[in-house]
Ligand binder design. Structure first.
Ligand code: F6P
Length: 324
């Protein structure tokens, strides 16, 4: 293998730049030529493929977002789109790919590999932390810290006004951001898609707190919770507690996707970027590089997407214990 290309795809995540840098410099260190592809699969289809040097990735390790830009490509879901992408890669002489992204990215990579067999190694880049095959994904730690900072601020005003706040955090199908920011932020209740929290339980927990003279409460809701968005949940329970509790809702949204990556994310991203290049050199294909128990492991894309990554029961149990 002489020439590889790197791209970022799907929702951006803080630390993606540190990963791009590690791929580029890791490849050059091992004597490979390295190209960048802008806007993920969309750029592959458009032929937006360009050579990168060590200088291309100077001064980006600390920056949020992705300098290669990102997209969710509908065209890549079609055989015609993938054919164009393959032809452009062949024209540019690309023999291997590093895909930085989440489950949508790896679903695309899996289909593409089965059709065209270009060796691809993935780096898990998503704030959701919902990929099997790695303890943590790039961007998750930063997103949790962003959410935590917001929860701390909301707690100040909640406490001043004796209010209950429902705070919605990201996590399309996953409650990792919710559970970690909820525990770190001292939430009374955390609602996640992995487990059902009935609304009557929410009401009774809030009422219990009120009878114990708790002046304010925080309920953290993952956006993918089966009871709906934080606004819907607050609306549904309002009438049952309105005489005693004053409710407000905050949706944190995309602020969780931006910002300077934490030290943890930069280091994780750097390890995974170098690990992906070294995986390609060793002949791995159609796998994601991940870190499990502090060791580099390579997991087939199909497992990273399909296998569940449950939230540890202890974490869910702790929310209850710590809210007393
Ligand atoms: O996958 C990361 C994520 O931030 C999810 O938590 C969220 O549901 C989704 O992306 C939002 O995507 P978009 O930025 O395309 O609206």
């Amino acid at each position: 293998m002489k020439r590889i290309a790197v791209f970022t795809s799907g929702g951006d995540a803080p630390g993606m730049n540190a990963c791009i840098r590690a791929v580029v410099r890791g490849a050059i260190y091992h004597g490979l030529e390295v190209y960048g592809i802008r806007r993920g699969y969309s750029g592959m289809i458009a032929g937006d493929i360009f050579p990168m040097t060590s200088q291309s990735v100077s001064n980006i390790v600390q920056r949020g977002g992705t300098t290669l830009k990102s997209a969710r490509s509908k065209e890549f879901m079609t055989p015609e789109g993938r054919k164009k992408a393959y032809e452009n890669l062949m024209n540019a002489g690309i023999e291997g790919l590093v895909a930085i992204g989440g489950n949508g990215t790896f679903t695309g990579a899996e289909v593409f590999f089965n059709e065209y067999e270009i060796p691809t190694v993935g780096c898990p880049g998503t704030i959701d932390n919902d990929l099997y095959g790695t303890d943590y994904t790039i961007g998750f730690d930063t997103a949790v810290n962003t959410a935590l900072e917001a929860i701390d601020k909301i707690r100040d005003t909640a406490d001043s006004h004796d209010r209950v706040f429902f705070i919605e955090v990201m996590g399309r199908d996953s409650g990792y951001i919710a559970i970690q920011s909820g525990i770190g932020g001292g939430a009374e209740i955390v609602m996640v898609p992995e487990t059902h929290t009935p609304l009557k339980k929410v009401v009774s927990t809030l009422k219990d707190g009120w009878t114990r003279s708790k002046s304010s409460s925080i309920v953290v809701v993952a956006e993918g919770d089966e009871e709906g968005h934080a606004t819907d949940i607050a609306e549904k329970i309002k009438s049952q507690v309105a005489d005693k509790l004053d409710i407000r809702v905050t949706t944190l949204g995309h602020i969780q996707r931006g910002g300077t990556p934490t030290a943890y994310d930069r280091i994780l991203a750097s390890r995974l970027g170098v690990g992906a290049v070294e995986g390609l050199i060793k002949g791995y294909k159609n796998v994601m590089a991940g870190i499990v128990n502090n060791e580099m492991v390579y997991t087939p894309f199909i497992d990273t997407i399909k296998k569940p990554k449950p939230i540890h029961d202890d974490l869910l149990r702790m929310v209850h214990i710590l809210s007393l």
